[in-house]
Ligand binder design. Structure first.
Ligand code: ZN
Length: 112
């Protein structure tokens, strides 16, 4: 596959939807603090370079975090949709990629 095909495809994937899916999976009951586990968190703007990446502030411990803090996706500079594309090209379709996101989040928690 040519590189230009990849670029075209990445343009078809909506960043907002990618982050919404991550949030849905990570926090089905609403965001909670990765440091203290409190659900008393408030939205605190968005990432400077990724406008769809929600930032939060914890009212319990004053910690700051965002949608990807503490996940394997946090340390990478690629847009989230690049990960979605990777999963796609690994043979996963959109109906089961949420399971793959779940796997990524779980691996990080286990320290793998
Ligand atoms: Zn906290």
């Amino acid at each position: 596959m040519a590189a230009s095909d990849l670029i075209n495809l990445s343009g078809l994937i909506d960043d907002a939807k990618c982050f919404a899916l991550v949030r849905q999976h990570r926090w089905p009951e609403g965001a909670c603090c990765p440091v203290c586990g409190s659900s008393a968190v408030i939205r605190d703007g968005h990432d400077d370079t990724q406008p769809c990446r929600q930032r939060y502030r914890c009212k319990a411990c004053a910690g700051r975090f965002d949608d990807l803090t503490g996940t394997v996706l946090a340390g990478h500079h690629q847009p989230l949709r690049v990960w979605v594309l990777c999963l796609y090209f690994m043979g996963l379709n959109l109906s089961n990629w949420r399971g793959s996101v779940c796997l990524l989040l779980r691996e990080k928690r286990l320290g793998v």
